[in-house]
Every structure is written in C-alpha cells, then in structure tokens.
Design a protein around this ligand. Sequence first.
Ligand code: ACO
Length: 380
Amino acid sequence: MSLPKDNKDSIPEPTKGLEGIVAADTTLSSVNGEKGILRYCGYNIDDLAFSTTFEETICLLYDNELPNKERLDEMTKNIGEARVLPKEVIEIITELVGKTSPMSTLRTVVSVLGHYEKNVPLKELPPKALRLVGQIATAVAMIHRSRENLPIIEADPTKGHAEDFLKMLHGTDSSKTQVNALNLYLILLADHGFNASTFSARVTAGTLANLHSAITSAVGTLSGPLHGGANEKAMDMIIEVGTKKKASDYIQNAFDTKQKIMGFGHRVYKVDDARKPHLKKMAKKIWEEKNDMKLFEVSEEIEKQVKDRKAIITNVDFYSAPLLYGLDIPTDLFTPLFAMSRIAGWTAHVLEQYRNNRLIRPRARYVGQIDRTFRPIEQR
Ligand code: ACO
C-alpha cells in the first residue's frame, strides 16, 4: 500500500492476523505445526491422552510437573468442591437461558463470578483460578438443565470432573466409555499455545486487570466460528449432510461457493492437528457403543471429500463434533464444553502472564488521510 510520503505515522507493513509473530515465551504448551506435535510442559499429548485425567493435566499446567498421588487427590478434591455456584449466579442463569446463547450466558456467568472473589496476591491466585475451573463445569450443566426445566443436580466432589459433569448435565450415570471420552476431550483441548482466546486472556491480564476480566475476554473470543465456535458448525454440517452419498455434492458446492468448511484449516498446523487422531478414535468408540455408525461414517466421508479436493488439514473441531454429539450433548453446548476444557490453559496462562508481566501493546499502521482541514460543525 502506498502512503503519503510525509505521513509521520508510516511504520512497517503489518503482518495480517499476526501470522508467524512470536509474542512471548511460555513453559505451558508447544505446537509443532510442521510435524503435528502438541506437548504440554514437554510431554507429548500422545502419551497423556489415554493415560491421564483432566485433573492431572491441570496439575501439570499449574505446577509444570505431573502430580504424585497425593497432589492429584488434593487437586481432584479441590476441583470437586469448587463445582458449586453462588445462588445469585444460579438465578442469573435462570433469568438468561432461552434469551441468549449458552456461550453468552457462560461469558456473563464468568464475569459475575468475579464479584464473589477477593483481590488476592499472586501466590494465592491458583486456588481462585481453580475455583473457576470447577464453576464453569457446573454453570454449563445448569444452563442446560435450567432451559430444559429439569431439576438441578448438585455436584458430587468425590467424583472425577468428567464423570460428575455428565451426571450434572444428564442426571444419569454415564458408561465408562462415555466418561473416558469426555476426559480425553478435556485433556486434549486444555491448552494450545497462543491461540486467539488464550492470547486475548493474556492481553487483558497484561494490563493487570483481574483474573475474571481476563477469562471473560477469553470466553468471548472463543465463541467465534473461526475459533471455538467451529465445533458446533461442524456438527450442523455433518447432520445436514446426513448420508455418505450426499457428502461429495455438499463439499463440492462449499468449495464452488468459497465457503469455509468448519473443522478444517489451521493457522499453525501444516499436517493434521495433533489432537485429531485421538478424537477420531474416541468418537468411533462412542458410536460403536451406541451401535449406530451413521453420523461417524458421514464425518469420515466429509473428511475424505475435503481432502480429495484440497490439501487442507483436519483441525481439532472436526472430530470433537461427533465425539460430543455421541455423548448426547446438544450442539449449542459444544463451545461451552470447549471453554470447560480450555479454562485450564487460560488460567495457567494468566498466572504465567502475571508472573512475568509486560503490557502487551502492539502498534497499528495508520493508512488513512492526513493533514485534513478542520471545519466547525456548522460548516460541515
Ligand atoms: N475451508 C475451505 N478452505 C479453507 C478453510 C476451510 N475451512 N480453511 C482455510 N481454507 C483455505 C482458504 O480459503 C485459503 O485459500 P486460498 O489461499 O486459496 O485463498 C487458504 O486455505 C488459507 O486460509 P486462511 O483463511 O487465510 O487461513 P488462516 O490461517 O487465516 O485461517 C482458520 C485459519 C481461521 C482456522 C481457517 O482455516 C478457517 O476459517 N477454518 C474454518 C473454521 C475452523 O474450523 N476453525 C477452527 C480452527 S481450530 C480452533 O480454533 C480451535
């Protein structure tokens, strides 16, 4: 773009979407987009996926170490006890459901929960962050039960996070496969470098605004269809396609009309997303247990039809969709479920930002007109 020569604001060409820009150091997670490797604190996600629990992942992100049994028991108890909401917050949920989306309600809930917390010094912040991890799960379950006019199921702190969430949501016990599937989902989506929502949490924390302000920013950022909102849209597509036979025409039409196909493409991955094979394997298992492979097979066919036409990677949101749907989770709760997992990474990143803070303040290049002649309002 050519700028007026005397434009004093002219600065280097911006990198659109900050692609490739490294904004900070982190010890939490690393994404190797060329090889499709995701690590949490140095551990390959392939090793953690089927051998740990969400609670262990939180310990890892908060402590930078995998827990011993004592630490894990303490973490499980603390998160379990945190799965309660102040009664005023329950009333706000009841007031909002049906009037706005679950994701908007969740954003409001996170913001309101901040009013029930004291400002504490940094060393006392992890328990406060952990409370939010527990509370978000309860809020998501309550949003659903409240809109369905179903009685609220109280949390059982003796249960693991995934199992108790499914109980609070459905009101019934889930199978071992279902609990394992949700646990896997929560582990795999817990952190992912400087994704858009994590970055917005860190920008907010970087001003030394409080934890709940930072997480409110993150929830809002996650909601967009180019980020966390893609899982819901991917499921809508799978349902709309409905049969394997229709996948080819549907995908061809999407490419012809230049639509973005949800669950595909990524800014960092050049090969399939590191989390995809695990989510796909677990989604298959869930539908096998239901003895109904139709939607899973449609998903596989969509993936094939996309890849036959363009070298485009499958991202985390694509197989998250049939996995969550197989757990009888309504599609408009998919992005809140993403938040229920990513809260682990968001809070860990906010803690990391506070520990080594510098205001995050990039510049914009001004490309508008300059030296305009001011005219008072009565002359315009
Ligand atoms: N469907 C069709 N074409 C796509 C898709 C897609 N999902 N994603 C990328 N492309 C194409 C673009 O049209 C573009 O093609 P061109 O070079 O021929 O014009 C090229 O691939 C590059 O795409 P960009 O949009 O420039 O890539 P960017 O890095 O800016 O965007 C994003 C990444 C937003 C994830 C994009 O791939 C997308 O919109 N995907 C669909 C939404 C989605 O699944 N989001 C979830 C991402 S994972 C997460 O946030 C949890």
